[in-house]
Design a protein around this ligand. Structure first.
Ligand code: ATP
Ligand code: MG
Length: 483
């Protein structure tokens, strides 16, 4: 980023090229109201990021009244959504979401994030904003169009890459503890530092997170997970003591134990490395969640065995069971997304075992059969799981996974076991042997599937039919006359 020179003497009309800004400014002029664009739009302009589609407008007066006037002048007369309780109004105009609010002062009760609100000046409104970089405002009125109002040196903080609160951070975070999550989210998104006073204030008030709804907390956590380097955010959550309140399962992975000279790796820091790795290769939020949770079963399954050292027996199974509870507690969706994460955790060691060993066709067929359409995601997870600092080993592991991937493609082209459909139906087995619904049908079906996965027979009708007759004979069944 170029150093931002935006001092009061500079004008920033070029941030406001969209016609909508002139329109809003003209309507505010007519009503003799001061009006500004504020928040993320202005911040992202100075950061030279793509313009966000949500735009916040603050007016010294009624935000709802201005929104109504603006809507009535726009083509198609868009609907105004009014949130009376918040004193805000929203208009959807083309691909933009325009949010209007009247400048206000806020004061808080201890047990609620909902402020008591009174009318205020622009500066009052800037004071109630979470961070100096989010309090930057550009004037929309015609005589001052594009002037920057920055009473807390937000521009300086953009240059210093600093997250800082306009007011005393102890008050800012305690008033609305969601800001703790937001500070860390912005630090992770922008790769900024949180100023020390803020960091201390967050650490001090971390237990206030309890008055924030799970949904809002998770919203921010998801945004942290979606950043280029989520470990920045997770390290800060850890440092400030917020992480144990959200994901104690991760904290339980921290630490290295040593018994009889044998140590295991620190699975907490390892996990963060895995998440950073996977952030390089996928934007699938749920695959990133799988990376975050892939080792959570290691804490409850950790044992020391005199003969083999540290073991985490069945941690994948235990971990996948923990996923459900964790999703439920955090009000994450309990649908196919959760099942996907469970499956990834459950299968997270399968390709590793494969790659360590000689890669056989039948093992790969079983992997594809079990993972179905998620086999590529599973491979992506396993590749991200390689965190060895030994370049030779790293190369070897990556190469082995490459072989597994190749073999997956080969086996898949030939045998098509992804989303396996049995070539012989239960009905056909019943007809062939004149059977009523019974255990034998399942036995034969299973035997055919096993023979295909083991590579004894190809995944084709004729071969499977032959195999069915043979298997039937073995368990004492005779085909009826029509055969
Ligand atoms: P993004 O849209 O990229 O998440 P943003 O800064 O636009 O970033 P929004 O949540 O859209 O964030 O909020 C818009 C503005 O409202 C912010 O820039 C900030 O000024 C203010 N704001 C939002 N949430 C809070 C909060 N909890 N406390 C104080 N001010 C807030
Ligand atoms: Mg925004």
């Amino acid at each position: 980023m170029m150093p931002i020179d935006g001092g009061a003497h500079m004008n920033h009309k070029h941030a406001l090229q969209h016609n909508i800004f002139k329109t809003i400014g003209a309507i505010a002029d007519e009503a003799s109201l001061d009006c500004y664009v504020i928040g993320g739009f202005v911040r992202d302009y100075f950061l030279e990021k793509k313009s966000p589609k949500d735009i916040d407008i603050v007016v010294v007066g009624s935000g709802i009244a201005l929104a109504k006037k603006v809507a009535s002048r726009l083509k198609g007369k868009p609907k105004v959504s009014i949130f009376k309780n918040f004193g805000t109004a929203m208009i959807k105009h083309r691909d933009l979401e325009l949010e209007f609010v009247g400048a206000r002062k806020e004061s808080y009760h201890h047990d609620s994030r909902k402020p008591i609100v009174e009318d205020g000046t622009l500066e009052d409104d800037q004071k109630r904003r979470d961070f100096t970089i989010n309090a930057l405002a550009l004037s929309l009125n015609s005589t001052t169009f594009g002037d920057l109002l920055d009473p807390f040196d937000g521009l300086g903080d953009l240059n210093r890459k600093l997250i800082r609160t306009p007011l005393n951070p102890d008050i800012t975070y305690s008033d609305d503890p969601l800001r703790m999550m937001r500070a860390i989210r912005f630090a992770s998104q922008l790769n900024f530092t949180i100023e020390l006073k803020s960091l201390q204030a967050i650490a001090q008030s971390n237990d206030r997170l309890k008055i924030v709804s799970k949904e809002r907390t998770i919203d921010e956590l998801n945004k942290i997970l979606m950043t280029d380097k989520p470990s920045i955010g997770f390290t800060l959550l850890h440092q400030t003591g917020l992480l144990p309140l959200i994901l104690p399962e991760l904290i339980a992975l921290q630490g290295i134990e040593e018994v009889e000279g044998q140590r295991h790796k620190d699975n907490f820091w390892h996990t963060l490395e895995v998440v950073d790795n996977i952030a390089q290769t996928t934007d699938n939020l749920w695959l990133r969640w799988a990376a975050l949770l892939h080792d959570i079963g290691k804490a409850p399954t950790k044992r020391f065995d005199k003969k083999i050292g540290w073991t985490f027996h069945a941690h994948e199974f235990v971990g996948s069971k923990m996923v459900y509870k964790l999703f439920k507690r955090l009000r994450l969706p309990l649908n196919d997304k959760m099942k996907f994460v469970q499956k990834m955790v459950l299968m997270s060691s399968r390709p590793v075992i494969l790659a360590e060993d000689h890669v056989t066709d039948s093992a790969v067929r079983r992997l594809v059969f079990d993972a179905g359409d998620h086999v590529d995601d599973l491979m992506t997870l396993c590749e991200a799981d390689i965190t060895t600092k030994n370049p030779k080993k790293q190369k070897k592991y990556l190469n082995n996974f490459k072989k597994v991937r190749q073999k997956i493609t080969e086996v898949e082209e030939r045998d098509r076991v992804r989303n396996f459909q049995p070539p012989i139906s239960g009905e056909e087995i019943m007809k062939t042997f004149d059977l009523k619904p019974s255990k034998e049908i399942g036995v034969i079906k299973e035997a055919i599937k096993e023979a295909i996965l083991e590579g004894e027979i190809p995944n084709e009708y004729t071969a499977a039919h032959q195999y069915m007759l043979k298997k039937g004979k073995e368990i004492g069944l005779n085909p009826n006359n029509s055969e």
